[in-house]
Design a protein around this ligand. Structure first.
Ligand SMILES: O=C(O)c1ccccc1NCC(=O)[C@H](O)[C@H](O)COP(=O)(O)O
Length: 380
């Protein structure tokens, strides 16, 4: 049934309906965001979420964004959710899914985001924003993620290491069977990692928010990046309740207005925001967003899984590199880093930090893996 187009009834987006509701009974103002949200959310939980969703749908953005381009101009190819009708239909014992329709993810990243959309909707039902307030008030203090990277870079003269606690991934399958996140985190800290990245997505990476919380509770001193696919501001609050010190925003998924707004929410909590790009267009977008001080260049194409560390060099050349230096932005080289030559290559390109998962987590002694990766001991 390749390419078969099936007429589907026009779908009244629930979002639009709630947005109307939102406008009728709720004026959204941006004062102290977290406090404001709690002050009003009890009465209008959906209203806040509808505004966030409205922004994420590229609707009228409430948060001011320094980028004036529309969502369409931003070249974002990842669709937030299926575009029409049910994802598939069953005939007797068989389930049919039309090819090339709006309901089949075009790549793994889009599949992850569509799954995340459903997952977060269900989580928000169970734990509405106002219910997180007590957990937020008792969360462990935030640690300076960017400050730790800067200190490590100055101490060692090499790119600071963000070591990733990752059991599995879509591109590489299970990386480590005997996966004990706290032990791995401890080995990373002993080996000289400046910060840690903890995968919290369960379905595609076998991670969890409980891993993040357990590492935070264990006494590990290194700041923690919650490696989650963020599509809704609620996830920022939830990550903080689990002890996150930094969050990840992916430019190929989020419009500028969402990156702008969500990074401001993060800043309200003292969290750092790592904004991840993969190509020149995404880099140019992010460089126009005020207040971004940490940019990750992913050498892995999250749609094709192709990994090429020259991508880091490409995105730091010329004017882009100049702007980054002028704005004192820390750039993190991410993915596909296995040897001292790889580290030297991205450092030469201009990164001051690297994010490394596979080449470390697969080691029987991940701490020793760090010394092998750098060609020397970088622990303090
Ligand atoms: O790694 C994947 O297969 C993947 C697929 C879709 C979205 C994200 C994915 N990985 C996240 C990362 O970018 C890596 O975990 C991180 O950069 C570390 O990469 P590596 O050192 O190559 O494990």
């Amino acid at each position: 049934m390749e390419g078969t187009s099936v007429a589907t009834p026009p779908r009244v987006s629930l979002l639009n309906a709630s947005a109307l509701k939102c406008r009728n009974n709720f004026l959204v103002r941006r004062r102290s965001i977290p406090g404001y949200l709690f002050e009003n959310t009890r009465r209008n939980n959906n209203a806040i979420n509808c505004v966030l969703s409205q922004e994420s749908e590229g609707g009228a953005s409430v948060a001011s964004s320094s980028s004036s381009s529309s969502v369409d101009d931003q070249g974002i190819k990842i669709r937030r959710r299926p575009t029409s009708g049910p994802p598939s239909h069953a005939v007797g014992p068989f389930e049919f899914r039309l090819q090339n329709d709006g309901n089949t993810p075009r790549n793994i990243l889009e599949e992850i985001i569509w799954n995340k959309d459903v997952e977060i909707t269900q989580l928000k039902e169970k734990k509405p924003l106002y219910s997180l307030k007590k957990a937020l008030d008792t969360a462990p203090p935030v640690r300076d993620f960017v400050g730790a990277l800067r200190s490590a870079y100055l101490r060692t003269g090499a790119p600071a290491l963000i070591a990733e606690v990752k059991k599995a991934s879509p591109s590489r399958g299970v990386l480590r069977e005997d996966f004990h996140p706290v032990n791995i985190a401890q080995a990373y800290e002993n080996g000289g990692a400046a910060c840690l990245s903890v995968l919290t997505d369960e379905k595609y990476f076998q991670g969890s928010f409980e891993n993040l919380a357990a590492i935070r509770r264990s006494g590990i001193k290194r700041p923690l990046l919650c490696k989650e696919f963020i599509i809704d501001a609620w996830q920022i609050y939830y990550a903080r309740t689990k002890g996150a010190d930094a969050i990840l925003l992916i430019a190929s998924v989020l419009p500028d207005a969402d990156i702008n707004y969500m990074s401001k929410i993060a800043k309200k909590f003292g969290l750092s925001t790592l904004v991840e790009v993969h190509n020149e267009s995404e880099m140019d977008r992010v460089l126009r967003i005020d207040g971004i001080d940490l940019i990750g260049i992913n050498n892995r194409n999250l749609e094709t899984f192709e990994v090429d560390i020259s991508n880091t060099k490409k995105l730091l050349e010329g004017k882009r590199g100049e702007i980054i230096r002028q704005k004192d932005i820390i750039v993190v080289g991410e993915s596909g880093l296995f040897t001292p030559d790889d580290i030297a290559y991205v450092q030469e390109a201009g990164v001051k930090a690297v994010l490394v998962g596979e080449s470390l987590v697969k080691q029987s002694d991940p701490g020793k893996g760090i010394a092998d990766l750098y060609g020397r001991n970088i622990s303090s």
